[in-house]
Design a protein around this ligand. Structure first.
Ligand code: DX5
Ligand code: ZN
Length: 229
């Protein structure tokens, strides 16, 4: 069985203590730090940029998974690469030239990915599979943490899994299948069964108290539940 990757989203962390928070999730076994960038234009919320990425970079060794919910996209890519991002994903509707943006991310030494909103069709994958390292399916509409998982994501995940497996079976590079939004202890098994290998969890992780090894407990439980069906 391929091990899953857990990517806690710092959107639900205590921003006044961000260094401590990212160290705590790394110590609790996180595989990635999920970093949500919102611009109050592509999505109705405003969060953090390259300066904050640069500030947390020295606090952890694990990869920083930058999820760009911004429009336009390209100008931010060199800034995030310089700030220590390891993965950069963006929404195809937010870039005029999707192929060029994907290439730009890789040219800056990062893994590249496309993000699909609940109503965005997977056909955007058709001509760019060889440019991708990650496919990220949103299981909520982007903009806020703490929303409820949209069940139709499960069928879409199976579809994405089929496309990825067909690509790799024909000799294509490996592509991670990531899910973002409403991932909890009680639905992670179904999500993994549908084909996800990388799970973002914001409120499920940071909602747990960090005393008494709270993050450690919830992360361990997420991994256990992921394999429980
Ligand atoms: C939503 C963000 C998510 C969010 C997930 O636009 O992209 O990463 O933090 O939060 P939860 O896990 O609470 O749904
Ligand atoms: Zn996200």
């Amino acid at each position: 069985m391929t091990p899953i990757r857990l990517a806690p989203s710092i959107l639900s962390a205590d921003f006044a203590r961000l260094g401590d928070e990212v160290r705590a999730i790394e110590a609790a076994g996180a595989d990635l730090v999920h970093f949500d960038v919102m611009d109050n234009h592509y999505v109705p919320n405003l969060t953090i940029g390259p300066l904050v990425c640069e500030a947390i970079r020295p606090h952890v060794k694990i990869g920083i998974d930058v999820h760009l919910m911004v429009e336009p996209v390209d100008a931010l890519i060199p800034l995030f690469a310089k700030a220590g991002a390891n993965i950069i994903t963006f929404h195809p509707e937010a870039s005029r030239h999707v192929d060029r943006t994907l290439q730009l991310i890789r040219d800056h030494g990062c893994k590249a990915g496309l993000v699909f909103n609940p109503a965005t069709p997977l056909e955007w994958l058709d001509h760019v599979m060889d440019r991708l390292d990650v496919v990220l399916l949103m299981s909520v509409n982007p903009g806020f943490g703490g929303q409820k998982f949209i069940p139709s994501t499960l069928a879409k995940l199976s579809d994405a899994r089929r496309r990825i497996d067909a690509h790799t079976a024909q000799g294509g590079q490996p592509i991670w299948l990531e899910v973002d939004g409403g991932v909890k202890l009680d639905n992670i098994a179904q999500i993994v069964q549908a084909g996800a290998d990388t799970l973002v969890a914001g409120s499920a992780v940071f909602g747990a108290p960090d005393n008494d090894g709270g993050y450690h407990t919830v992360m361990k439980q997420l991994r256990k539940n992921a394999r429980s069906e």
